[in-house]
Design a protein around this ligand. Structure first.
Ligand SMILES: Cc1cc2nc3c(=O)[nH]c(=O)nc-3n(C[C@H](O)[C@H](O)[C@H](O)COP(=O)(O)OP(=O)(O)OC[C@H]3O[C@@H](n4cnc5c(N)ncnc54)[C@H](O)[C@@H]3O)c2cc1C
Length: 453
């Protein structure tokens, strides 16, 4: 796909997460040379894998929804659409420790009516709560997520004002909003929460169908992306930490100067606030106010299968979502590897592993009767303290646009103003925007040079 006619120039991309990878690929497709400088020894950023005792382990379970068009576009660019499994129809079993649980399964009807049969059959809500949930959904659909007033309110407060009681919050809203925004309802900004619910739940019927990687993230976003970028003539410098960006444009990479025609800063906000020159973004110090929200994954290997679905959700339990990782991790021998993904994990991020083991093994036994008879052959925890920024009230106003005051310097990253929460979709969208702006800058620069301006 590379080599199409387009502007020329050398573009330096700082950061090799999904935002940086997307920027590089999108530039190369129009013939622009791109080099990724990535501080770590691998691509993939917040999505990566490591080996442990013969297993390939992801740092944290990642999912996407069918409405994540830009992310699916990246998978297509990587030739990896067959390396993910997407549900034929949104279908989630919701377990409780004390009862039979419930199931949310969409109908074939057009949105938002496709939700009605799903809610009508959802045993975890009373008929009155189901009716109230439908009314709240219709009210939610009328909100404008871009209205700055919504950035100042919480989703929890808004839902309470719409008569959503405890059970509806736990069994419906929290289940999805916390996973999508990595923050609890009462702390979540209304704007992005409304945006996600509208796009995923209230518009196209298939929008919320869930996709799960069928290979480790390190292969999906690391190996495949590196191969694709290099095949298209791009360069990837790993272990290359950028410590300064100056006029020129010029970067300092591992202590040495490197020249470029344009620079895209695709690092997390915590790193960007000190890397981006003050004259590019005078408000850069405010980016630190975006803060962090942690995600913890609890990894349990049993000597036998205890879960008979690819994933389930749970309420009334410290368990939120559980994924069967057996095949992806390469586990053989008849055991089963489960990953429990815990979003908004402030409560657990510093909890010692022994305590997490006691709490989570007991919780899993209550959800999965077969786990009571199974032997745990491995247990470990991955902690991502800065998994996403904190999508709380006021955070929307802190997210910068891609363009800066310096014509050759652009921002990318899931934390920038993408219109999406801090997700893979947001990261990819930011990369596409940055690539478009870089191309425009290079075209204008070439025109100026030709006309001698
Ligand atoms: C455990 C976990 C679970 C998640 N689950 C989901 C999910 O289910 N679905 C979903 O859509 N999203 C999920 N997310 C969020 C998603 O992973 C992120 O939104 C996305 O990957 C961010 O991509 P990015 O390119 O913007 O930033 P990053 O991935 O953070 O990439 C930035 C890169 O910049 C590099 N860097 C930093 N400083 C420098 C420097 N000075 N010089 C050179 N390089 C530098 C870093 O090493 C890093 O590789 C999850 C995140 C985590 C951590």
């Amino acid at each position: 796909m590379s080599g199409a006619a387009g502007p020329s120039g050398d573009v330096a991309i700082v950061g090799g997460g999904l935002a940086g990878i997307t920027t590089a690929l999108a530039l190369q497709e129009t013939g622009v040379r791109a080099t990724i400088y990535e501080a770590r020894p691998r691509l993939g950023g917040a999505t990566h894998s490591f080996s442990r005792g013969g297993l390939t382990v992801d740092n944290g379970q990642h999912i996407f929804l069918k409405c994540c068009a830009a992310y699916r576009g990246l998978l297509a660019r990587l030739g990896a659409l067959d390396r993910v499994r997407v549900q034929d129809r949104f279908d989630v079993r919701v377990l409780t420790p004390d009862g039979p649980g419930g199931r949310l399964r969409r109908a074939g009807a057009p949105g938002p009516l496709h939700l009605l049969p799903a809610l009508a059959g959802y045993r975890l809500l009373s008929p009155a709560d189901r009716l109230r949930a439908v009314r709240a959904s219709l009210a939610l659909d009328r909100l404008d997520p871009d209205d700055p007033a919504l950035d100042g309110r919480t989703m929890g407060g808004w839902l309470a004002g719409r008569g959503q009681r405890r059970q509806a919050r736990d069994a419906l809203w929290d289940l999805f909003v916390t996973a999508a925004l990595n923050i609890r309802l009462d702390d979540a900004a209304l704007g992005p929460a409304a945006m996600v619910c509208q796009i995923a739940l209230l518009r196209r019927p298939d929008a919320a169908d869930i996709g799960v990687p069928a290979i480790p993230l390190g292969d999906l976003h690391g190996t495949l992306a590196a191969a694709r970028i290099e095949r298209a003539g791009g360069r990837i410098e790993l272990g290359a930490k950028v410590t300064a960006i100056d006029a020129g444009p010029k970067l300092v990479v591992n202590g040495s100067p490197v020249a470029a025609d344009a620079v895209v800063v695709a690092v997390p906000h915590r790193a960007a606030s000190s890397l981006v020159p003050a004259e590019a973004s005078p408000g850069r110090a405010s980016w630190d106010g975006l803060g962090s929200s942690p995600i913890v994954n609890i990894h349990v290997v049993y000597d036998r299968p205890v879960l008979d679905e690819p994933f389930v959700a749970a309420i009334g339990s410290p368990v939120q979502w559980v994924f069967d990782r057996t095949r992806v991790s390469g586990l053989t021998g008849g055991g089963q590897y489960l990953a429990v993904s815990v979003s908004a994990a402030d409560r657990w991020i510093d909890t010692p592993t022994a305590e997490l083991r006691a709490v989570y093994l007991a919780a899993l036994e209550r959800l999965f009767p077969a786990a009571r008879r199974a032997r745990v052959t491995d247990f470990f925890v991955t902690r991502e303290r800065h998994a996403t920024f904190r999508q709380s009230p006021g955070s929307g106003a802190l997210r910068p646009a891609s363009a800066t005051r310096l014509p050759w310097l652009f921002l990318a990253g899931a934390w920038t103003d993408t219109g999406w929460p801090d997700t893979m979709e947001g990261a990819v969208r930011s990369g596409l925007t940055a690539a478009r702006l870089v191309r425009r800058h290079l075209r204008e620069k070439t025109t100026d040079e030709v006309s001698g301006r």
